[in-house]
Ligand binder design. Structure first.
Ligand SMILES: *Cc1c(COP(=O)(O)O)cnc(C)c1O
Length: 390
């Protein structure tokens, strides 16, 4: 389907709302009926009618059509966070006594669900190094019901061969779920590679302006309808109309933003790779990346998230680098207009810092919509500040 059609027209019935170019925010909790017969029909199948905005809402509906089409899927649900999409997708496909195979180091709140919540219901998890398909095959048990993927994953960007994992899972009747936040559906389509459920944090590139938290879950029509009628309605974390409207607005410029960020990221990587304080830059579409061939095969782009490791002996050197930046903000999340940096050592006590572990000397950098020179001059300021420091 044509990308411009999806983003500019799909799902938008302008004749229904004064031919307004921007869709209305249907900010209502409930919908009224003139006839008992109509109300009864709605109770019988809420998935087909406007009844109550915890379920379906017309503004959200426009967004759902566009997002499902972008994923190449039949249908999707939009949640009030990526974490809610993760929770619903997994909960919908496990029962007591089941087993999950997950990539090691999935997103923090996926991991917390696996480690803290699911064991209370006798659901167990095996974490595998997802860079080798044999590790998935070796971890499958007779009670495995879900394989959970995130490709690339955050910080070090390990990939999984999505088509190969999907094929393996199908042989064992296992549901595959993939977190696609890093690439967005513009640059990777796991559903088309055979993955059953694809999710992304729409907080990142879809919103694109660091002003909305949301999540998308796409899949087959029957699977999504089943999740709507159960987990979606029960968790009650569907996206609100105003936030849906912000995401529709974000979608209008998604390709333009990603194109710009892709170009700027290449320039910033070039700068970092030449800098004497930089030991390593990790980016899936860099020819030096260990899984570069797989990245090229299943991803058509990699946007603006990268990790770099600097030479340093002391935690304070890393702190000085970050503290001296003036434009690049120190904050979690990514995908917005603003460049962001996170030092790995912020997630641990400073006195536990071990310089022999390169991971502890790493920074996750998100390249935003600023001019490349603006970002590079700020990074130079950081390097200048640690010049002479070990
Ligand atoms: C941010 C993020 C999430 C969670 O999304 P929220 O919208 O913050 O709930 C999930 N997966 C990845 C890879 C993320 O970066």
């Amino acid at each position: 389907m044509d990308l411009s059609y999806i983003l500019n027209e799909m799902g938008e019935e302008r004749e229904d709302y004064f031919r307004a170019v921007a869709p209305p925010i249907v900010q209502t909790s409930n919908f009224a009926f003139a006839k008992v017969a109509d109300l009864r029909k709605s109770f019988e199948n809420e998935y087909a009618t406007w009844l109550y905005s915890r379920g379906l809402n017309p503004t959200v509906e426009i967004l759902r059509k566009k997002l499902a089409a972008l994923d190449g899927a039949e249908d999707c649900l939009v949640f009030n966070s990526g974490a809610a999409a993760i929770f619903a997708s997994v909960l919908a496909n496990v029962k007591s006594g089941d087993h999950i195979v997950s990539v090691r180091n999935p997103y923090t709140w996926a991991r917390k669900m696996f480690d803290d919540i699911l064991p209370r219901f006798q659901v167990t998890v095996t974490y595998v190094d997802g860079t080798d398909i044999a590790h998935f095959a070796g971890a499958i048990q007779p009670n495995t019901s879900v394989i959970y993927l995130e490709s690339p994953n955050s910080w070090f960007f390990d990939l999984q061969d999505l088509a190969a994992v999907a094929q393996l899972a199908k042989q064992h009747q296992i549901i595959t779920i993939c977190d696609n936040s890093f690439c967005t559906p513009l640059f990777q389509r796991p559903y088309e590679l055979g993955i059953d459920l694809v999710l992304q944090s729409a907080t990142k590139y879809i919103s694109g302006h660091s002003d909305t938290v949301a999540g998308v879950l796409s899949g087959s029509g029957p699977m999504i309808e089943r999740i709507f009628n159960s987990e979606y309605m029960n968790i009650g974390s569907g996206i609100q109309p105003f936030n849906a409207w912000l995401l529709i607005r974000g979608l209008r410029t998604l390709p333009a933003r990603l194109e710009r960020i892709t170009r700027t990221t290449a320039t910033v990587i070039g700068f970092l790779q030449k800098h004497p304080r930089v030991e390593k830059v990790i980016f899936p579409l860099d020819p030096a990346f260990p899984q570069y061939e797989l990245a090229k095969r299943q991803m058509s782009g990699a946007c603006g998230l990268l990790t770099f490791i600097i030479r340093a002996e002391k935690c304070s050197t890393i702190e000085t680098f970050c503290d001296s930046l003036k434009h690049i903000l120190m904050a979690v999340s990514w995908g917005g207009y603003e460049s962001l940096i996170l030092p790995k050592c912020a997630g641990m006590p400073a006195d536990a810092f071990d310089p022999s572990d390169p991971g502890q000397r790493s920074f996750r950098l998100y390249v935003g919509l600023e001019e490349a020179e603006y970002i590079i001059s700020d990074l130079s300021r950081g390097f200048e500040a640690i010049n002479g420091l070990s």
